[in-house]
Design a protein around this ligand. Structure first.
Ligand SMILES: NC(=O)c1ccc[n+]([C@@H]2O[C@H](COP(=O)([O-])OP(=O)(O)OC[C@H]3O[C@@H](n4cnc5c(N)ncnc54)[C@H](OP(=O)(O)O)[C@@H]3O)[C@@H](O)[C@H]2O)c1
Length: 250
């Protein structure tokens, strides 16, 4: 299903909502954080680099949007204890969570499976699949406290149609699609709606790594795509569950 990026929203569209975004310090995560805060949500900005998290935080505050919360955590090294603490922090401070956006990820390396570096394979799976699994598991109790909660998994076209040499990244996105679909079935009768989203192409560091020779001027900015994320967290998208969504730039 295609989701339009041309969504205009009011400044109170998401007022009162608490939404956790992973990889909120830059790229698409930062762009969506700005729009979610602009729409009135309190964003829990999770990222591993405190310096760039603080810079992104300043941008949100300087723009006059709702003040976010910084949550420094490295998803590669995070242990069950870190996730227990996160659950406690969310419940103690907010008593609920309305949105969980699994945006953080790494591209790994473009190479044949036959030669794929074992350590990089493990890292990619840890950040792109195992962390979203553990994060989701620890935050379901908080999502259950919301009357209308959303889980969104950032996916990719190579997680829906296999492409040679995309290695651990492509495999991790197939796994994310499986996790999203399985959860959507398990939580079908609850207040939690679960979907995956392929944003197609955006002018970020990840895209530049995958296509170093490309003219980035022809690639849409993450800021042009992020209004769609506000829509996906809003009342209007309440009926979506178990969908493989794709962003439609228009
Ligand atoms: N850009 C595209 O064209 C495109 C296309 C299809 C799908 N996607 C998907 O969209 C999502 C966002 O992509 P993007 O283009 O914005 O990527 P990006 O510019 O490379 O940003 C990735 C984000 O993930 C964070 N991250 C990586 N490893 C982490 C870790 N161990 N712990 C915590 N955070 C970590 C990064 O933080 P650091 O700054 O600390 O590295 C950064 O904030 C990804 O899931 C990607 O697969 C992107």
């Amino acid at each position: 299903m295609q989701i339009s990026t041309n969504y205009s929203f009011s400044q109170d569209e998401l007022t009162g909502k608490v939404i956790l975004v992973t990889g909120a310090n830059r790229g698409f995560g930062k762009a969506m954080t700005l729009d979610l805060a602009k729409a009135g949500a309190t964003v829990i900005m999770l990222g591993r680099d405190l310096g760039s998290l603080e810079t992104a935080y300043d941008e949100v505050v300087d723009a006059g949007f709702v003040e976010p919360i910084l949550y420094p955590l490295d998803l590669e090294g995070a242990t069950p204890e870190h996730y227990d603490q996160l659950q406690k922090d969310v419940l103690d401070n907010f008593g609920k969570l309305d949105g969980l956006i699994h945006n953080a990820g790494i591209i790994g390396a473009m190479m044949p499976i036959e030669q794929y570096d074992l350590k990089l394979w493990y890292s990619t799976m840890q950040i792109n699949v195992n962390a979203p699994f553990m994060l989701t598991q620890c935050l379901i109790p908080a999502l259950n406290k919301s009357p209308d909660a959303r889980i969104l998994f950032l996916s990719s076209s190579v997680g829906r149609n296999a492409r040679a040499y995309w290695g651990a990244y492509g495999v991790s996105k197939f796994a994310i699609e499986g996790l999203s679909k399985t959860l959507s079935e398990e939580l079908e009768k609850t207040n939690i709606k679960t979907n995956s989203l392929d944003p197609k192409r955006m002018r970020t560091k990840m895209r530049q790594t995958a296509y170093p020779a490309e003219n980035a001027d022809n690639i849409p900015t993450p800021e042009s795509m992020s209004p769609a994320i506000v829509y996906l967290m809003s009342e209007g998208a309440k009926a979506l569950n178990g969908e493989q969504l794709t962003l439609e730039l228009n």
